[in-house]
Design a protein around this ligand. Structure first.
Ligand SMILES: [Zn+2]
Length: 321
């Protein structure tokens, strides 16, 4: 089995409780917290004809083989990046839910077997697809299980949630994250973990951005001597909100160092941040943070990013006296 170590409790919660599994499960938690990995493993276990008492699949039966080749007749994925590559950001249409209904109307391939459907990122359902799903949940077919995953539980209809068992997923604690990076042989990335909300998966997945992060941090370290000519179009590659968010964290770190001599987001830059904090004028720093907050409100709209960034860095230089 291939679930993340900090999801073992979720696995037990799902499979070892004595009550029968409900027809619908909602697995929710932060983005990139590995819920999809968990969901695929759980789905495979649910259809494996030889699964053991803790619902771990056998990996040798025909069900497991079918599952691995993405051709199990009793499994239906809606909106999976696994089979719908490129459509994962789209809404889940009512047509997809209608297809799901048809899937449940067919008898299971395996006698007494379960039919399992997964709706990935279920918060992408609109009102009509949500209502169509609700109809299925109101009269669930015999041995059926629908698993919904989401990073935004508030966007699911209350009537869907009330008919489901909700299972909460979280990011690992620092010790677990450290161990995970150790197993991946990437301990050196641990100082960046808070930049990724404590999520080692997000940290590892973002490897293509490390050189960019290093470049921007290097420029921010210059403080008063920050040279705007070093800004290059690459800085906008993840979107303007991403860049503003990074600068906000940097400014927060300077403030934190100034007030408490502690570090949170950039512990690897401890001495440089402390130097900048010692030169920072606190009123100018707070004013700079306010400007970043204001800019963030419209950072996603079509504004002239270069000009706005130039202005931001004029204010950034003014922080240091
Ligand atoms: Zn099996």
């Amino acid at each position: 089995m291939n679930i993340l170590p900090w999801h073992k409790g979720n696995w037990e919660e799902l499979f070892t409780v004595t009550e029968k599994l409900p027809h619908a499960l909602v697995l929710y938690g932060p983005c990139n917290s590995g819920i999809d990995i968990f969901t695929l493993e759980a789905s495979k276990s649910l259809v494996c004809r030889n699964h053991n008492e803790t619902e771990v699949y056998c990996n040798t039966c025909q069900d497991c083989n079918w599952f691995d080749s993405n051709s199990h007749p009793d499994i239906f994925f809606v909106g999976a990046t696994r089979i719908d590559e490129g459509t994962s950001s789209n809404n889940i249409s009512i047509d997809l839910i209608r297809e799901l209904k048809v899937f449940f109307e067919l008898t299971p391939h395996q006698q007494h077997g379960k039919k399992v459907a997964v709706i990935f990122d279920a918060h992408r359902m609109n009102l009509s697809s949500s209502n169509a799903l609700l109809k299925i949940l109101e009269e669930p077919p015999g041995e059926s299980i629908i698993i919904l995953t989401t990073s935004d539980l508030s966007k699911l209809l209350p009537t869907i949630k009330s008919r489901s068992r909700l299972i909460s997923f979280s990011n690992p604690n620092l010790e677990e994250a450290k161990e995970y990076l150790g197993v991946a042989n990437k301990q050196e990335l641990l100082p960046f973990i808070n930049l990724y909300a404590g999520n080692p998966l997000a940290l590892l997945n973002d490897h293509l951005n490390y050189p960019l992060l290093a470049e921007i941090i290097h420029c921010l370290q210059q403080g008063k001597k920050f040279d705007s000519s070093n800004i290059n179009p690459n800085w906008f590659v993840n979107g303007f909100p991403w860049l503003i968010n990074l600068i906000q964290k940097w400014a927060y770190e300077i403030l934190l160092s100034k007030l408490t001599h502690q570090q949170f987001y950039f512990p690897a830059e401890q001495s440089k941040i402390a130097d900048l904090a010692s030169m920072a004028n606190i009123s100018n720093l707070l004013r700079f943070q306010k400007k970043l907050n204001d800019l963030k409100l419209y950072a996603s709209s079509p504004i002239n990013k270069e000009i706005n960034l130039d202005i931001i860095f004029i204010d950034y230089r003014k922080i240091f006296i």
